[in-house]
Design a protein around this ligand. Structure first.
Ligand code: SF4
Length: 700
């Protein structure tokens, strides 16, 4: 059990040498000269990214001529050739450039092991010689080595290709005495051995150069050994790195679970803390990446160990435990406590409200805290109580709310003769009947199961008892409402209110928590003796603000509007000359008053009642009678209307003049009568105005 890191993991000698040279150049000349690498310095994105941020630029073979031109023109440049080496002609060009330019520093970091192979390739090629290299033909190291071959040379990927080539050559009798074989430094050992065998069986005197780097050999041998001992193996490297890929191939032959990762973000998940895990890494893997992978895997193993330990832990009654909800039924909640025992919380031990639906309050995956009430090892069940934990935790909040005056919310869970019990976050608080907001004598049961806002008015910490008030909240809300009302109030503002009470001088109207008064004179355009003639208690009426006094908290309201004015209604409907059906409302010696529209009367002068002379109007008319009359005059200034019934009577043909009796003496009498009528009307108006003024005065 545990994690083993291969001794030969990470940077090899050649890579360390190249990266060391680059870092030293950066340290000394970082700000003074352009520092370039020909190709990627190593197969590791993270490292390459870091040096790029420090100003190092990666260039390709295609850039070399331009770099030489820049160096020749005096630019300060350092160029690093990586451990793989480079094409011979390019290296030679760069060397010449550095010899003629002091400002151009060439850091040829070709690994000494690679240099050795390049020399073998050079020495064993040429006339009548064939050089074979076992290696990936597209790999920069192989390209570099093959560029040193002077005559015929072949780069062959595997032992089969080697076998095929040598058999063809032998068949052709080609080059029997001058063949040589070498390997890419990171070549797979098995492939190398097979290739040697294949060459030897045809060319017994072939020159064989085992050029596989000893570091690579050791790394591969160690990977093989570790894979044999491991349940899981992690190989860290870049997908571009051939030595890393070979490590992965070797490990896979011996271990069933091999993971090829580039860094800790690719780490596999383990499902068993007791596995044997080994880590190795390719030659381009920085130590920091190996350490990150190790830390990630180690953390997983430690977490598993911790979970294992927890699962063996026993639970004790009274203990507060924490777990994860695994399932919810209408009657209980099941909790994973991370032990072999399953926690069960019954409905009434989860919430105070018997009506509450558990799946609306909790959900699977929630972390929940509860008190252990009972443990049954036989059933593997621990009975838990969440309300106890909640109650303890929330008692402090109740005490704080008493100090701060904060409003709390809860549900009324029971009703007693003297009050009600409200549950606030699982803390039960008593509301005395007098603080319930329910009118004296009314049934408190109307509060049951309702959600209420309360103020905590008293606490007794020693007994964990608290008392609350709904009334205090209502009072506060009312006050806030009133403040908002007064601050928004404006003259002309309209309200739909309710008549709350009526006095002799007006009606009081509730505008929504605040009362205003409509004066009697504001209720109707008619003269009324009492507001009751217009409104009744409980009526919903539309009113508007005439004036208000925020300090004295008085609001004068208006009810009657111009649209309700009888004169306006009358003039909108009738004009002089129109005929209306009018109702006789009173009879006077000089004529009859008749209602044209409600609230607007006109006078039918006695002379206008019939087409002949009468002594008194009641000879023809009676109160309540509806008669047609012509509107003969509208006095807009004094709001007076003259009516005539006689105007509607068709005149008879005039009789012969000699038959007409002319009472010329009557005319002065008629005129005198009319003047007397007008005098009486004026007297009546004056009397009415005096009476109205007296009424208003009395009201105020
Ligand atoms: S693997 Fe070997 S040959 Fe290749 S760079 Fe590293 S030390 Fe040099």
């Amino acid at each position: 059990m545990g994690i083993k890191i291969a001794k030969h993991a990470g940077f090899c000698f050649g890579v360390r040498r190249a990266t060391g040279a680059l870092e030293s150049e950066l340290e000394h000349y970082g700000n003074k000269r352009k520092i370039l690498t020909l190709g990627r310095i190593i197969h590791n994105d993270k490292y390459v990214d870091e040096i790029r941020k420090k100003g190092v630029e990666e260039v390709s073979r295609a850039d070399v001529d331009d770099i030489i031109r820049r160096a020749d023109s005096g630019e300060e440049i350092s160029l690093v050739i990586r451990a793989h080496g480079e094409l011979r002609e390019i290296v030679e060009k760069l060397q010449k450039c550095s010899e003629r330019n002091e400002n151009f520093r060439l850091l040829d970091c070709t690994c000494p092991y690679v240099r050795k192979v390049r020399k073998i390739a050079y020495d064993n090629s040429g006339e009548d010689k064939t050089f074979l290299l076992l290696g990936n033909p597209n790999h920069p190291e192989v390209e570099g080595i093959m560029s040193c071959v002077r005559g015929r040379g072949f780069a062959l990927s595997n032992a089969d290709e080697v076998e095929k080539l040598v058999e063809t050559m032998a068949k052709n009798g080609d080059c029997e005495n001058c063949i040589s074989l070498a390997a890419q430094t990171t070549q797979n050992l098995d492939q190398w051995k097979k290739s040697v065998k294949n060459v030897k069986k045809v060319y017994t005197n072939a020159a064989i150069f085992d050029t596989i780097c000893c570091v690579t050999q050791e790394r591969q041998e160690e990977a093989r050994e570790l894979a044999e001992q491991s349940d899981m193996m992690i190989v860290i490297g870049s997908p571009d790195s051939s030595n890393s890929k070979r490590l992965c191939e070797i490990a896979s032959e011996k271990c069933p679970n091999v993971y090829f990762v580039t860094d800790s973000s690719d780490c596999p998940k383990i499902s068993d803390a007791s596995i044997n895990l080994s880590i190795t890494a390719g030659a381009s893997t920085p130590d920091s990446v190996i350490q990150e992978v190790y830390a990630t895997m180690n953390e997983q193993i430690e977490n598993f160990a911790e979970m294992l330990e927890d699962s063996l832990k026993t639970l004790n009654t009274g203990e507060i435990v924490e777990g994860i909800i695994t399932s919810i039924t209408p009657t209980e909640i099941h909790v994973d406590l991370g032990t072999k025992t399953t926690g069960v919380i019954a409905h009434d031990k989860a919430v105070d409200d018997p009506q509450a639906k558990l799946d609306e309050i909790f959900k699977v995956g929630d972390v929940i805290k509860a008190k252990v009430v009972k443990v049954s090892d036989i059933d593997g069940i621990a009975t838990l109580d969440k309300t106890k934990v909640d109650s303890d935790a929330n008692w402090e909040r109740i005490v704080e709310a008493k100090e701060s005056g904060e409003t709390l919310e809860g549900k009324i869970v029971s009703v007693l003769p003297a009050g009600a019990i409200i549950s606030i976050n699982s803390v039960q608080v008593f509301i005395p009947a007098s603080q319930s907001g329910v009118k004296k004598g009314d049934d408190l049961h109307q509060l049951l199961n309702t959600v209420q806002k309360v103020k905590i008015i008293e606490t007794k910490p020693e007994r964990k008892r608290a008392y609350a008030s709904i009334r205090a909240v209502q009072r506060e809300e009312r006050k806030a409402q009133q403040e908002a009302f007064w601050s928004n109030l404006a003259e002309g503002q309209e309200f739909d209110g309710e008549v709350k009470s009526i006095t002799d001088f007006g009606a009081f109207v509730d505008l929504g928590g605040v009362d205003g008064m409509v004066h009697t004179s504001e209720l109707s355009w008619r003269r009324i003796r009492s507001p009751k003639e217009v409104v009744s208690v409980g009526d919903k009426i539309h009113v508007f603000v005439k004036s208000f006094d925020p300090e004295k908290k008085r609001i004068s309201l208006g009810y009657k509007t111009e649209a309700m004015n009888p004169w306006n209604i009358f003039t909108a409907q009738y004009k002089e000359g129109d005929v209306a059906d009018v109702k006789i409302v009173s009879l006077m010696p000089f004529g009859a008053f008749a209602e044209i529209v409600p609230g607007c009367d006109g006078l039918i002068h006695i002379s206008q009642i019939t087409d002949h002379k009468i002594g008194k109007p009641d000879e023809v008319l009676e109160v309540g009678q509806v008669v047609p009359a012509k509107i003969t005059k509208i006095d807009n200034e004094n709001h007076k209307v003259s009516l005539s019934m006689s105007a509607l009577i068709e005149k008879e043909e005039p009789v012969a003049e000699e038959n007409v009796l002319v009472y010329s003496d009557d005319e002065p009498v008629e005129e005198a009568a009319e003047e007397a009528v007008e005098a009486v009307e004026e007297a009546v108006d004056a009397a009415e105005e005096v009476a109205e003024a007296a009424t208003e005065e009395a009201a105020e």
